[in-house]
Ligand binder design. Structure first.
Ligand SMILES: Nc1ncnc2c1ncn2[C@@H]1O[C@H](COP(=O)(O)OP(=O)(O)O)[C@@H](O)[C@H]1O
Ligand SMILES: [Mg+2]
Length: 164
């Protein structure tokens, strides 16, 4: 077992694959739908197989954004661009939740973010990434991140400020 959360248990089943077992069918359906729709995006782990209460997906080898912040103690402009790309992809895919948690953003060995745990993609409605901000705040890095956003995408920065 490599992970257990509130909604399931994750086991490594091959070098490059994990299986996620769900406690509830409803959660399974919700996450499966988001993952299927997300297959056109590089931010979504590959979906290999699914059945009654499980999903077999790509194992993302790497560290989470949470761990990255803890190690580096900073978010630079390049990292900000990568985070904004993830949020853009949520929009492009039609998700209504334009947010995720810092522990659910995993950076692989190629330096790309893959996001896991999509059960709330269509059931939450978050135009502003408040969960992400909260995760950054823990490391005192929200201000730094928002400064980069302001430089890279002033319209987005303004929209967040207005909607918050
Ligand atoms: N595809 C994956 N690749 C690598 N680790 C994963 C993967 N999916 C889940 N994990 C690990 O398992 C943990 C729990 O998974 P998650 O999908 O968040 O479960 P839950 O829905 O119960 O919250 C994650 O925090 C992560 O450490
Ligand atoms: Mg989770």
């Amino acid at each position: 077992m490599i992970g257990d959360g509130k909604d399931g248990e994750i086991y490594k089943v091959a070098d490059d694959k994990v299986v996620k077992y769900f406690f509830k069918e409803e959660t399974h359906q919700r996450e499966l739908e988001a993952m299927q729709i997300g297959q056109t995006s590089s931010i979504m782990p590959r979906l290999y197989e699914f059945g009654d209460n499980y999903i077999v997906m790509e194992f993302v080898k790497g560290i989470s954004l949470a761990r990255h912040m803890k190690r580096q103690g900073q978010i630079d402009e390049d990292m900000t661009k990568k985070i904004l790309f993830v949020l853009d992809e949520f929009k492009r895919l039609g998700f209504t939740r334009w947010d995720t948690e810092v522990r659910h953003m995993l950076m692989n060995e190629e330096g790309e973010f893959k996001v896991i745990d999509h059960k709330r993609a269509f059931t939450s409605d978050s135009p502003v990434p408040t969960k992400l901000f909260k995760g950054m705040k823990k490391f005192g890095l929200t201000g730094e991140f928002l400064e980069h956003v302001k430089n890279l995408n002033p319209e987005l920065h303004y929209a967040w400020k207005k909607l918050k």
